[in-house]
Design a protein around this ligand. Structure first.
Ligand code: TMP
Length: 392
């Protein structure tokens, strides 16, 4: 049974950055539910993939040094540990991972045609299609089987998880390994990062829930790693249960114990989270209102999809945060969905025109603080809501 625990209000499509100021945008209810049987946390409103992931998708994995480094490190690990003949990436985006491999060794799957085109042009085989059973069968017919499948921040975007894992099971070899990585629900609750929820993020995984889903496909997690990326993610290493050659590492049971200790298997934990989120909204607005009443100028730093959730849930418009700075070409000179805040090309000199910067890309805090060292010394201050609203 799905039990409701948090209402994040009416939200526009998070990655639908607008070319024009538009007051009449379609908004969808963003409500969060906990499944008492599978322990899976999900949003209720499912928007068709074709509307969200099209030929104008603005998110680029290669835009951050942190992500590029993380993918490079992983590619070395994949080669050393698993030495696969053939690697398939579901959601290959602009090639941040696959470009670390030889062209003959990797296959990309990326339904956003603008992104698929980037890796195609570089000579990587890329299917610009949605991941489903038809595509899996097509790939199986051509390559027989794949011995390593990787997917980062993608499976949580696909509504039909049963179809996702059935398709993976169809094409993965008997001894094959599946590696998935997605934001960690435990970290989200601990850090109060409710902005991890937006209409693309249909699910936020706990290890408990992933293990429960995998059971239906005779898969199991044999190892996992907690990562710093995207505000705390988990990389799951998965195999078929029938593959007894690979032993299950202690890290799996340890993570499940940590999650149970925190209460991720209990509904009351989510009700408490919901109360904390309400409090966070009030505190953030208090800080911003106070700064504005003293005549301060505030810019948004990183026009993330997460910021869209915050701006719309907290009802923050351009009277409070004048503009956002971002480095992604696809977002520049557009407007933040829902609140119509203009996004300008990041410019370090123009940053000094502002007294405070709201840290929209809080998940890249370290990278950003390193970059802005000299401006911070000169007095630039940041506002963050993680793990609670404050000025840093
Ligand atoms: P994400 O949190 O959804 O990964 O998006 C991060 C966004 O933040 C992306 O649009 C790029 C932007 N960004 C900057 O503008 N400056 C930076 O220094 C970093 C790290 C990211």
């Amino acid at each position: 049974m799905n039990k409701f625990f948090l209402d994040l209000g009416n939200q526009p499509l998070a990655n639908n950055y607008l070319s024009h100021y538009n007051k009449k945008q379609i908004k969808y209810k963003l409500k969060l539910y906990f499944n008492t049987k599978t322990k899976l946390v999900s949003i209720s409103k499912r928007i068709p993939s074709k509307i969200m992931f099209n030929d104008k998708y603005p998110y680029r994995s290669s835009m951050s040094i942190t992500m590029k480094k993380s993918f490079k490190k992983l590619s070395t690990e994949i080669t050393k540990k698993f030495n696969p003949n053939l690697i398939l990436e579901i959601g290959s985006n602009d090639g941040a991972l696959i470009s670390n491999f030889k062209k003959s060794q990797v296959i990309g799957v990326e339904p956003c045609k603008n992104l698929a085109m980037i890796t195609k042009k570089k000579g990587y085989l890329t299917y610009d299609k949605y991941w489903d059973i038809n595509l899996a069968k097509k790939i199986k017919k051509r390559f027989n089987s794949i011995d390593l499948i990787y997917s980062a921040n993608t499976l949580t975007h696909i509504s039909n998880l049963n179809d996702v894992f059935r398709s993976i099971s169809n094409v993965l070899s008997e001894k094959g390994v599946l590696i998935i990585e997605d934001p960690s629900l435990l970290e989200c609750l601990k850090r109060n990062t409710y902005d991890q929820f937006y209409n693309e993020h249909i699910y936020l995984f706990s290890t408990i829930a992933v293990q429960n889903i995998l059971k239906n496909f005779n898969f199991e997690i044999f190892n996992l790693k907690n990562l710093d990326t995207h505000g705390g993610s988990i990389r799951y290493y998965i195999k078929r249960k029938s593959n007894s050659k690979i032993k299950v590492n202690k890290s799996v049971i340890n993570q499940i114990s940590r999650e149970k200790k925190y209460g991720l298997n209990k509904f009351k934990t989510y009700k408490k989270f919901s109360l904390r989120v309400g409090k966070s909204k009030k505190q953030l607005l208090k800080i911003i209102d106070n700064l504005k009443s003293k005549g301060n100028k505030i810019v948004g730093y990183g026009a993330t999809a997460k910021s869209v959730t915050i701006m719309n849930y907290c009802n923050i418009n351009s009277n409070l945060i004048e503009t956002f700075f971002d480095t992604t070409p696809e977002k520049i000179n557009k407007f933040l969905p829902g609140k119509n805040i203009k996004i300008l090309k990041y410019n370090k000199n123009k940053l000094t025109n502002f007294d405070y910067a709201f840290l929209g890309a809080w998940n890249f805090k370290k990278e950003i603080f390193d970059k802005e060292k000299s401006r911070i010394k000169k007095g630039l201050k940041f506002i963050t809501h993680v793990p609670y609203p404050r000025i840093i």
